[in-house]
Design a protein. Structure first.
Length: 116
């Protein structure tokens, strides 16, 4: 079984930065593609960023390109989301996802609030 625990959320002013972390327990973390998603109140959960198993490729939603950076440390079983130039519309609960061979695992989410 794979368990994911997000941390690093909080309240920040527009233009500020936050770094989210997702610690993963369980086997073979390095085999999983990792992703970040977010869900604002009353909206669906949306894709934010993803990184393949060895970190060689990353993917971003258009809305965060150039502002967010996803990375991973397989030795620490952790994936990160560095969020810079934050905007009020980035306010949401951010979820970490681990995916491999059709299986999906989710964390409990961490709240990010950006004030204007």
């Amino acid at each position: 079984q794979v368990q994911l625990v997000e941390s690093g959320g909080g309240l920040v002013q527009a233009g500020g930065s936050l770094r989210l972390s997702c610690a993963v327990s369980g086997r073979a973390f390095s085999n999983y593609a990792m992703g970040w998603f977010r869900q604002a109140p009353g909206k669906e959960r949306d894709f934010v960023a993803a990184i393949i198993w060895n970190g060689a490729r990353t993917y971003y939603a258009d809305s965060v390109k150039g502002r967010f950076t996803v990375s991973r440390d397989n030795a620490k079983n952790t994936v990160y989301l560095q969020m810079d130039s934050l905007k009020p519309e980035d306010t949401a609960v951010y979820y970490c996802n681990a995916a491999r061979l059709g299986l999906d695992y989710w964390g409990q989410g961490t709240q990010v609030t950006v004030s204007s």
